[in-house]
Design a protein around this ligand. Structure first.
Ligand SMILES: [Fe+2]
Length: 248
């Protein structure tokens, strides 16, 4: 899979990268570059930029000098952080507590990426952390949670793993189907109503971010939704999963 960068307008660029799973299958991975009102830039997630993509990013960001921060929003997506920190040494690196432990060579900011301090720093973005499931699961094969981000100006939702588009539906751009991550049930917290908490959170998100046009998924690619169809697709995914999630 060739790396690509897509200009979604209003200061949001979706970067599509490569991630080879188990040495065989390229399931893709993502990053995003966002221009702030101040004229400076941040990245969502770390990725090792090469070739044309690297050139384009350097052109946009004054050779990287205008990149002020990298927000690493998935606790288990860590493999590019060390390289990204070398490539953008002046940027502030935000991550989860797991990032801090996994990649101690990066000089992480004290504020965690999911903290109110970071939310307040970036008014261009809305953030949402799933409820009812572990953000950092004790089982490191469970990747259902992540910090979700919405960029209202470009109507782009940025989501690593938590929601995904089944590959067979990727070609139907008008009404793409949405699914929950396959490990969502395993990720439920061991507490009463965890399933309900998750479903209520996702339902609220579907309404709140109903204007989503571009879905940027780590392993689902970049998918464009028709008007109001993101909200309907997410509500339908929740209804399909609700009885199973609330059964335990
Ligand atoms: Fe992932």
């Amino acid at each position: 899979m060739n790396d690509e960068i897509y200009d979604l307008g209003h200061g949001f660029w979706s970067i599509r990268g490569s991630f080879i799973k188990n040495g065989i299958l390229d399931i893709g991975v993502q990053s995003a570059l966002i221009k702030l009102a101040s004229g400076r830039f941040i990245f969502l997630d770390s990725y090792t930029l090469t070739g044309d993509i690297h050139q384009k990013v350097m052109y946009l960001t004054n050779d990287g000098h205008d990149v002020e921060a990298v927000l690493n929003v998935h606790p288990f997506h860590t493999i590019h952080c060390a390289q990204m920190a070398q490539d953008f040494p002046q940027a502030t690196f935000y991550g989860s507590s797991r990032h801090h432990k996994q990649i101690p060579s990066v000089s992480w900011a004290d504020d965690l990426v999911e903290s109110d301090a970071v939310t307040e720093r970036y008014a261009e973005l809305d953030f949402s952390l799933p409820k009812g499931i572990y953000y950092i699961s004790p089982n490191d094969a469970v990747h259902a949670s992540s910090l979700l981000v919405y960029h209202a100006a470009s109507q782009s939702i940025y989501v690593d793993d938590t929601f995904e588009i089944p590959p067979s539906k990727l070609f139907n751009a008008v009404q793409p189907n949405l699914g929950l991550h396959p490990t969502t049930k395993q990720a439920l917290r061991d507490e009463p109503n965890a399933g309900k908490q998750y479903c209520d959170w996702a339902t609220e998100l579907a309404h709140k971010w109903r204007d989503t046009r571009y879905f940027c998924g780590a392993h689902s690619g970049l998918v464009e939704f028709g008007e109001s169809s993101f909200e309907a697709a997410l509500l339908s995914a929740i209804e399909n999963a609700r009885s199973e999630l609330q059964s335990s």
